[in-house]
Design a binder for this molecule. Structure first.
Ligand code: LLP
Length: 418
């Protein structure tokens, strides 16, 4: 459920007309709904009840500090994959004890930074990383709280580029190695193995692969405990899909949580999850304006002022994003190719999309764009970085202003040897 609805024929985010935001801020612009963000955290928490769960929002999905602060107020933590994301989470008020640090390429500096902040847990993805962490923690006289990220050799997800759990993916260690690494960490004076972690992919629309991955965690937990090793935490990762309106709905948070509780029942562990898309995707839209209609032969291209530089998912993963007119029309739908202004054919959002005809200057909105939208935006073609707006009830505010071309140029320099 989200809070983007038509009122008197005009698309609103909560109590604010998207047209009012476009008039005040210009287009393209991302617009986020506070009520939707809050609701998604609550839905996930309720789904797990009475089992407590750390909902560590995957910051990579939406790193805006106003979004993170909104989620932090609901009790969410943060799953991070860089020192930058940890900094953002802290700045937004996420307490360190709710921050998880994942990723295959953590540098020494980043491990050091994470330890200095006293975060909840570092998810270790390799033997080499474990070694570095042990050494850095030793130098600091600390004990690093960690989980071993297991690669269960089960890939899943909406696109091959976003599947992370397959045996050929770069993420995590094999189940056998996880046992050995865990024991090694346990024997190390500066390492504190708390548990195991898994994350097999994103936009997963079937519970079966998730359940298999959780079973792997269960088996490993039992084996480690049989060796007398303490396993107090399981981190189930993210990955649950959301409806993009072109496919049957994915499983509900309730079904997902019921499966997790059933699969891991009786283990007596603290659970964490790392949802990104589920929390943020349907909480955001990208508002864009029609620049013109380019007609050639029997094709009509709806040229929008948003491009792949603002929303790259269709170009990168052939992703579907519904496009809705900001002002409802009764006109009969016709096929349009939805494109941006960027100078490559990849800058195509959709082919042959059926839409009530729009005119130059009309506003429309790409739906389900709150996750992996603004965070993946760039300044390609020297376009100003897209701004972001947060709505709460009848109020809205700019939470990232448009970065002007002059500001972008100011980061560069003309050396005197030219
Ligand atoms: N935890 C870890 C370790 C991850 O790598 C990810 C996502 C998540 C959690 C959150 O997954 P989610 O709940 O959002 O599915 N840019 C792509 C998605 C990449 C996801 C990468 N990892 C897209 O636009 O579809």
């Amino acid at each position: 459920m989200n809070h983007f609805d038509y009122r008197d024929g005009a698309l609103h985010c909560e109590g604010v007309a998207l047209a009012a935001i476009a008039a005040a801020v210009g287009t393209p612009v991302y617009v986020y709904s506070t009520a939707t963000l809050e609701r998604h955290v609550q839905v996930m928490r309720e789904a797990f009840q009475p089992t407590p769960v750390l909902i560590a929002f995957a910051v990579k999905a939406n790193a805006n500090i106003a979004v993170l602060a909104t989620l932090a107020k609901q009790g969410a933590g943060a799953d991070t994959v860089s020192a930058g994301e940890i900094q953002r989470a802290l700045k937004a008020g996420v307490p360190p004890e709710r921050i998880i640090f994942s990723g295959v390429g953590k540098t020494d500096d980043e491990l050091e930074f994470a330890l200095a902040q006293g975060i909840h847990q570092i998810n270790v993805e390799s033997a080499q990383e474990l070694e570095r962490l042990g050494e850095i923690a030793g130098r600091r006289g600390a004990r690093a709280a960690l989980a071993i990220r297991v690669n269960p050799a089960i890939g899943a997800g909406g696109h091959q580029k976003i599947s992370t759990g397959g045996a050929d993916a770069k993420f995590g260690v094999s189940a056998a190695d996880a046992l050995a690494l865990y024991a090694r960490a346990h024997a190390h004076p500066h390492l504190d193995p708390k548990g195991l972690a898994v994350h097999i992919g994103s936009q997963i629309r079937d519970l079966a692969p998730l359940q298999s991955a959780f079973k792997t965690l269960r088996t490993l937990t039992e084996k480690l405990r049989a060796q007398g090793l303490n396993v107090a935490r399981l981190d189930l990762g993210g990955g649950l899909g959301v409806p993009y309106f072109n496919e049957p709905d994915p499983p509900s948070p309730a079904a997902y949580a019921a499966m997790a509780k059933e699969t891991l029942g009786g283990l007596d562990v603290d659970l964490a999850i790392e949802p990104g898309r589920l929390i943020a995707a349907n909480a955001g839209v990208l508002v864009t304006r029609v620049i013109r209609i380019q007609a050639r032969d029997d094709r009509r291209f709806l040229v929008l002022d948003a491009g792949m530089s603002d929303l790259i998912r269709p170009a990168m993963y052939d992703a579907f994003h519904d496009l809705r007119p900001v002002r409802l029309s009764q006109a009969a739908p016709e096929p349009f190719d939805l494109v941006g202004p960027i100078c490559e054919t990849g800058d195509t959002f959709a082919r042959g999309r059926m839409l009530a005809p729009l005119q130059p200057g009309d506003l429309c909105a790409f739906m389900t764009a709150g996750a992996y939208g603004a965070v993946m935006a760039s300044t390609y073609n020297a376009r100003p970085l897209v701004p972001e707006v947060l709505v709460r009830g009848a109020r809205f505010d700019i939470v990232r202003r448009r970065v002007s071309v002059d500001e972008q140029i100011a980061l560069e320099a003309l050396p005197d040897f030219i």
